[in-house]
Each structure stands twice: as C-alpha cells, then as structure tokens.
Ligand binder design. Structure first.
Ligand SMILES: [Zn+2]
Ligand SMILES: [Zn+2]
Ligand SMILES: [Zn+2]
Length: 361
C-alpha cells in the first residue's frame, strides 16, 4: 500500500533549526485559511529608455560603488541606494526613554544591478554571469564587514517581481549592513550551536545527510495504512557537485527551497571560484524549475551566513551558510500575522515532486 502524494495533509510541522518557526500544512481546499495571490505580470523588456538601471542611463543612478567586469562594459553595477532604509551619515548614541528604546539606524544600504538587461530573470542569465553575481555578493559583504566594526551583519537579498515587493522592475539585489544581528539569523546561529553542543555535529549537515540517505515508513496501528513515508531524496530538488537544493520539510512558503553547500562551510565569504561555478548551476536550475511550475516565479531570496561577530565559539563548526528562496504565491492572512504560524497549502512532498518533474534539458 502506498500513500498517494495528494493525500490531504493537516499538521503542524516544527522547523528543526528554529522551532518557534513552525508551520501549519493544510492542503485540503476547505482548510485553506488564505488566499492565493493573483499573478502580477512582470516586466520582461530587455531595455527601457527611461529606466535608471538600464545601460546609457548610468548618470541617473546614485554614486557608483563598484562595477563588474569594469565600468565601461559593465554587467553588474553596485550603487548607493537613493532611498536608504539605513544611512551612515550620522552616528547617534542609542537612547532609552521609559519603555522606548532605540538603536541608531546606522548602516549601509546598497543596490546591485544584477544584469544590464532590464527584465531578465535569474534562470535566464548565463551560469558565468551568475557566478560573477554571487562573487560580487561575496566581495561586497567582505568589504562592508571590513569597513566598519559597528556593522554586525550584512544581508544580501533580492526581491523579484511586483508580488515580491520589487519597486523597480529592472532586475536588482540589495545589500543592507546593520548594527544589529537580525533576530532570525541569531536564532539560527544560537539554535544550531545548541544542537552542536549536544550532538557534536552541524544540524544543517545532518539535514543534508537525512535528505540524501534517510528512509522510513510509519503505519497507522489501527488501519494499517501508511501514515508517513519518507523516501531517499524525496526533498532534494537539485544536486550539484558542491551544492544541493532542498525543499524543507517545514517550509513556511508553498514553493520555498533552500540551497546549501554539501561540504560544511559556515561563512559564505570562504566560497571559492570553483564553488561559485557550481552554485551558479544549482541556482539557475532551481530557479528554472520554480519558474516552470509557477508559470513565472516572483520571489524573494536571501543569503544567511555566519555573522562576523565575536561571542560564539564553535559557531564555525555549528553554522552552515545557505540561501533561502521564498516564491510569493499567497497573501499573508490575519491568522498568520496574529499567530505567527505560517500556513502552507501545498504539501512540501508534493511541491518537491513537481519541481523535480520539470524537464530542463
Ligand atoms: Zn532597466
Ligand atoms: Zn554543516
Ligand atoms: Zn536561514
């Protein structure tokens, strides 16, 4: 007897790394407490006369920070953000007034124009270009960490498509350096460290091992029906020589996928040139799968790497950098905002199967 992949799932799944980030997986139509987002059309033009990020309009952007491979024939440009959420123009002391506490909004906010073509999607870019892009992320993170000791975390992320909050249609990423370590990063760092203390291994490495080797079947004692069946590779979406794309068992978003180095590595800044080439391949193929299944993916992705902050011994051994890709297909409901419990209406097992089934060649 085999469990049908479309069997109704209704259960709360606990995120193994950050248990407070649990998710309600509810797949039956009547159980879905949220609304699917209508797909917003995305801008696919290759050049737009009036776009400040398009070639020929370089004078319209804020000051240039870096260009790859060079300023004249640029493929990637890093510029200051015209409307920074954090700025380094002032350094005010932190304040506490009664219950009101503030930390100075000090930091850096930069824009990375990912490609000279206006509306190109990640999966449409060449692999050498993607390797250049991720190399640019690495370089810029390194420079920002080095530039000022007060910057405790550098977050690289991308919003793609109007549904994902991209305010400028031209493909771009953002780099934000903050004087605090974001809560969700801190939770990953602390919890994975606690796991390491107890089990003497990295929880992310354990998750990868489980995804690649684990097999189990649990039967219902009364009916004899299969309650849960885990097959080898069930959560694997893509596997490269050095990287793997996995569908998390407790995915908060319907089409969420994580990409991790197969070999333990805590700090993205250590990625080698050879690794970048394989990462580019795994990213491109994963994004192509998402785009095919969603008929045009609009998403956020962000990079989580070990903070450059003293105060955590063994974190090098316990933390494992990764990229989280979170396609936007539904609008968060009051239930989700009020409870903090994310609702996922597509069983991660079904999503993984659909993503794997895409024929890329
Ligand atoms: Zn443009
Ligand atoms: Zn690891
Ligand atoms: Zn993370």
């Amino acid at each position: 007897m085999t469990a049908s992949p479309d069997k109704i799932v209704r259960e709360i799944r606990i995120n193994p790394i950050v248990p407070s980030e649990s998710v309600l997986v509810a797949t039956a139509r009547g159980l879905r407490p949220k609304k699917a987002e209508a797909p917003a059309p995305r801008d696919t033009r290759s050049h737009v006369e009036t776009c400040p990020f398009c070639t020929g309009n370089e004078h319209m952007t804020p000051p240039l920070i870096a260009a790859y491979p060079d300023e004249q024939g640029w493929e990637i440009r890093i510029v200051e953000n015209l409307y920074p959420v954090l700025g380094d123009d002032r350094e005010n002391p932190n304040l506490t007034l009664g219950l009101q506490q503030t930390i100075d909004g000090y930091g850096r906010h930069e824009v990375m124009i990912d490609h000279h073509q206006h509306g190109i999607a990640i999966h449409e870019m060449s692999e050498p270009h993607l390797a250049l892009l991720f190399g640019a992320y690495r370089d810029r993170m390194e420079q920002l960490y080095r530039s000022n000791k007060r910057l405790r975390y550098v977050l690289v992320f991308k919003n793609f498509g109007p549904a994902a909050g991209a305010s400028i249609a031209h493909t771009h990423s953002q780099v934000i350096a903050t004087p605090v370590i974001p809560d969700n990063v801190q939770a990953e760092v602390s919890n994975s460290h606690a796991f390491y203390d107890k089990n003497h291994q990295c929880i992310f490495c354990s998750l990868i091992d489980e995804a690649l080797t684990f097999e189990a079947t649990i039967y219902d004692r009364e009916s004899g029906e299969i309650r849960r069946k885990i097959s080898v590779g069930q959560y694997v979406i893509e596997r490269g020589k050095k990287f793997i794309a996995i569908k998390p068992f407790a995915s908060r978003y319907e089409w969420e996928v994580h990409i991790l180095p197969l070999q333990h590595q805590s700090d993205f800044l250590r990625i080698s040139q050879e690794d970048l080439a394989d990462l580019a391949r795994v990213v491109r193929r994963t994004m192509a799968r998402l785009d095919a299944v969603l008929s045009g993916a609009q998403y956020n992705y962000f990079l989580h790497s070990l903070p450059h902050d003293k105060g955590c011994e063994n974190c090098e051994a316990s933390y494992h950098w990764h990229i989280e890709i979170t396609p936007r297909t539904s609008i968060p409901s009051g239930f989700e905002l009020g409870s903090g419990l994310f609702v996922n209406t597509v069983a991660p097992e079904t999503a993984a199967e659909k993503l794997r089934a895409v024929n890329l060649d």
